[in-house]
Design a protein around this ligand. Structure first.
Ligand SMILES: Cc1cc2nc3c(=O)[nH]c(=O)nc-3n(C[C@H](O)[C@H](O)[C@H](O)COP(=O)(O)O)c2cc1C
Length: 147
């Protein structure tokens, strides 16, 4: 069974709504196991075949917890090479965080990215949630086809 981790942070619940919809979409594809999580260690991340990061933008950046996790993966030299990766996040006006996450996933971790990142302004509406489901489905389909 191929495994997808959806790892997110959300302070006011917007990115969390997105994360739940991404998980719903991924679960529509048979043969994948989906884990929706608020916390992960670099070691657990290495047990998954695909990782989708949910990162809201605060102060033109990812949140400190997410940045520290990326830092820890690098320091511990945990290999995420070749895993499928994608990113999404709620934002208010500039929305840098998912792009920053993807940059590190691509250049440092050498993951295979599904781009562009999915950005939704503040609270996702029905159309936004549908885009989140589509992202989850796309990642799951890619995983099944490369497994
Ligand atoms: C203190 C603070 C700083 C913020 N900084 C930014 C920012 O630099 N760029 C941006 O696009 N949105 C910014 N926002 C807006 C948040 O990204 C937005 O409220 C988002 O929906 C939060 O997602 P969450 O509910 O998943 O935490 C900021 C919000 C707060 C409260």
């Amino acid at each position: 069974m191929s495994k997808i981790l959806i790892l997110y942070y959300s302070r006011t619940g917007n990115t969390e709504k997105m994360a739940k919809a991404v998980a719903e979409g991924a679960k529509t594809i048979q043969g994948v196991e989906v884990d929706l999580s608020y916390n992960a260690t670099p070691e657990t991340m290495s047990n998954f075949d695909a990782i989708i990061f949910g990162v809201p933008t605060y102060h033109h950046d990812m949140t400190v917890g997410m940045r520290n996790l990326f830092e820890e993966v690098a320091v511990k030299d945990i290999s995420l090479k070749g895993k499928i990766g994608a990113a999404f996040g709620s934002y208010g006006w500039s929305g840098e965080a998912p792009k920053l996450a993807l940059e590190i996933m691509k250049n440092k971790f050498e993951m295979q990215l599904i781009e562009p990142p999915l950005l939704i302004k503040y609270t996702p509406d029905q159309a936004g949630l549908e885009n989140c489901r589509a992202l989850g489905k796309r990642v799951a389909e890619r995983l099944i086809h490369t497994a």
